[in-house]
Design a protein around this ligand. Structure first.
Ligand code: GAP
Length: 596
């Protein structure tokens, strides 16, 4: 069994995730998170929120999943969010053409190639339909838009789309969000939510799906003035695989600190470098194996339409590198597009420290001249003259000035434009912020964390599978078991489970089957600690404890339980009194099991 298959089997058997709607035959690319998976997902999202919202001081929003068509006309998704599709002439199955080329040749980034070249490569390499093995030579390679379309309200007059990235819900609301940030740059807006892509070939369980959760941060900055707090992460060592290294004969991944990566120009944007550093520490925290992890820079042909530079965090599973997060420098692409398409103001007013006096060139064209001369184009000619005066006042130095309107040149005598240059006082200017975007795919991170946590060893002569998840991420922190369901052990164990839950720990109570089997069940879902109540627990725990409990008005309760650590399977006897606090300290790393 491959690593991925082994994981999918465990995920289904133990309730991490499984294919959705299977009672009705299912639909590829849709997965349900079971109880363990939903808890793991929520722990990872909480850890993300803690690092990228709370610790960074950003704001979080929650925007709708469905957005009207004009949003995606402006964002470029309607025209440009396509994958290459090839349909089998025999069985009608559709496949992602670039992936077929990558799977059957040495070419690594076929999506950057033109459709015709991909079609030629399919013929040249004799690539067959993976479903029925008929040759795909001469089958056309077309573009397929990945957005799910819907209608907003009855009828089809108001088309909408399920958002293909959560980011657009932030960009569209920029004017409002900027006001909440008192128009002070830099500020960041984060969102954790669903994104939808009608992938041509969903594959590898959570890796390529049609509905998934993204955790995205859009950090709006003034590119002229704002700098990231690079010193906070400058010593973090990044495993970097740059474009130059990917293209060099003997190139490979290099280890550079954040500071070195910036100083050597390997990572161009300090902001991108900052988030690479922050994220490296975060991935370690949630259990990604750093020996199976790298940052790879996008080749020019791979970059999304909005990005001027992009690095992916990639994890290795089953010998394949999976993109788990994209770190893109989006510039002012999105805000400019939404400003152009909506006519709204997507700028921030940047106040100067001191007012400044500048020379301002203006025109006040004589419409009684422009009207008869240019007819229906007169207004557009006037606008073009105004724009030209602002952009290039020297163009008005001669007797005549020429402007282009809809591809046609119009020449106007300068005296008819009433051109003048005046001194004006300015308090500030409108600027369009730039955006740095770390965009995390939560499902792929879950897949990575589970794959990297999967361990086997031998315990009592039997093979054991366990997940060495960090306690903070584990779906359950403590398993509580009565050794037997008699003589009051179950009652005491139920009480202890209740107390631990009341203290905020995530607890599973299990009284079925042999104790060894119960340990194995918890090992397989990564529960870091198990507590067993046995006969000794029912005995008096000692005068001191009894006295303190009586003094506090609690029922006196007996002494100790066995606490077992998952990875070492080591067991220790600990007093019930203070158990919640001890387990809390263990799970946050404030104490180690050895210290007990
Ligand atoms: N807003 C930028 C953006 O959406 P992306 O690289 O297309 O960028 C970001 O997606 C992340 O979302 C990826 O790094 C990946 O983890 C996740 N992702 C994208 N498509 C996915 C899919 N079909 N299934 C699962 N996760 C996906």
């Amino acid at each position: 069994m491959s690593e991925g298959e082994r994981l999918t089997e465990l995920a289904k058997r133990r309730g991490f995730y499984f294919p959705s709607s299977s009672a009705y035959g299912g639909a590829a690319g849709f997965w349900t998170y079971g109880p363990q998976g939903a808890a793991l997902k929520s722990n990872i999202e909480d850890a993300w929120r803690d690092r990228y919202v709370v610790k960074e001081g950003h704001q979080e929003i929650s925007a709708p999943d469905v957005m009207p068509e004009p949003v995606f006309e402006a964002s470029g998704h309607l025209d440009g969010f396509d994958d290459m599709i090839v349909e089998c002439g025999e069985c009608g199955a559709t496949h992602r053409a670039d992936h077929l080329v990558e799977d059957n040749t040495d070419i690594e980034e076929a999506e950057s190639l033109p459709n015709e070249e991909v079609m030629d490569l399919i013929a040249e390499h004799g690539i067959e339909c993976p479903s029925c093995h008929t040759s795909l030579a001469d089958q056309p390679v077309d573009n397929f838009n990945l957005m799910f379309e819907t209608n907003i309200g009855p009828g089809s007059s108001s088309p909408g789309y399920l958002r293909p990235e959560t980011a657009q819900g932030i960009f569209v609301e920029f004017p409002q969000l900027s006001e909440y940030a008192r128009n002070q740059l830099p500020f960041g807006v984060a969102q954790i939510g669903k994104a939808y892509r009608n992938e041509i070939s969903p594959r590898k369980s959570l890796v390529r799906v049609r509905e998934f959760t993204q955790a995205e941060l859009e950090h709006f900055i003034d590119p002229e003035e704002n700098e990231p707090p690079l010193a906070e992460v400058e010593d973090v060592v990044l495993p970097l695989y740059s474009v130059a290294d990917q293209q060099a004969e003997d190139g490979g991944q290099r280890e550079l600190t954040v500071r070195e990566a910036v100083d050597d120009g390997v990572v161009e944007s300090e902001w991108v470098a900052y988030y690479l550093g922050v994220s490296k520490e975060w991935y370690e925290r949630i259990g990604v194996d750093m020996d199976r992890f790298r940052y790879r820079q996008h080749l020019a042909g791979e970059r999304a339409h909005y990005a001027s530079d992009c690095w992916d965090a990639e994890s290795e599973v089953d010998g394949d590198w999976i993109e788990i997060t994209g770190f893109a420098y989006r510039g002012d692409y999105d805000l400019s597009k939404h400003a152009d398409h909506s006519g709204e103001d997507y700028t921030v007013f940047k106040q100067y420290d001191e007012p400044i006096t500048v020379e301002r060139a203006t025109v006040d064209p004589d419409m009684s001249y422009l009207g008869p001369e240019f007819g229906g184009s007169a207004g557009a000619v006037a606008d073009a003259l105004e724009a030209l005066a602002e952009r290039n006042p020297d163009a008005f130095d001669d007797d005549e000035v020429t402007v282009e309107v809809d591809g046609e040149s119009h020449t106007v005598p300068v005296e008819q434009t009433n051109f003048s240059v005046d001194e004006v006082t300015e308090n500030g200017e409108h600027i369009r912020p730039h955006v740095i975007e770390p965009s995390f795919g939560v499902g792929r991170i879950i897949y990575t964390v589970l794959a990297h946590a999967y361990e086997t060893d031998e315990v009592d002569g039997e093979e054991r599978t366990y997940l060495d998840l960090p306690p903070e991420q584990a779906p359950t922190t403590v398993g509580v078991f009565p050794l037997m369901d008699k003589d009051g052990m179950a009652e005491l164990a139920t009480d202890i489970a209740g107390d631990l839950r009341a203290a905020g720990l995530s607890v599973t109570y299990d009284d079925s089957g042999a104790i060894g089997r119960r340990y194995r069940r918890q090992d397989e879902v990564g529960t870091p600690y198990c507590v067993t109540v046995d006969y000794e627990s029912l005995e008096d725990g000692g005068e001191a404890q009894r006295a303190s409990e009586s003094a506090s008005g609690d029922e006196p309760r007996a002494g100790t339980v066995t606490v077992r650590e998952r990875d070492t399977t080591e067991q220790k006897r600990l007093p019930i009194d203070g158990l919640a606090e001890t387990l809390e300290q263990l799970s946050t790393g404030d104490r180690t099991f050895d210290d007990l």
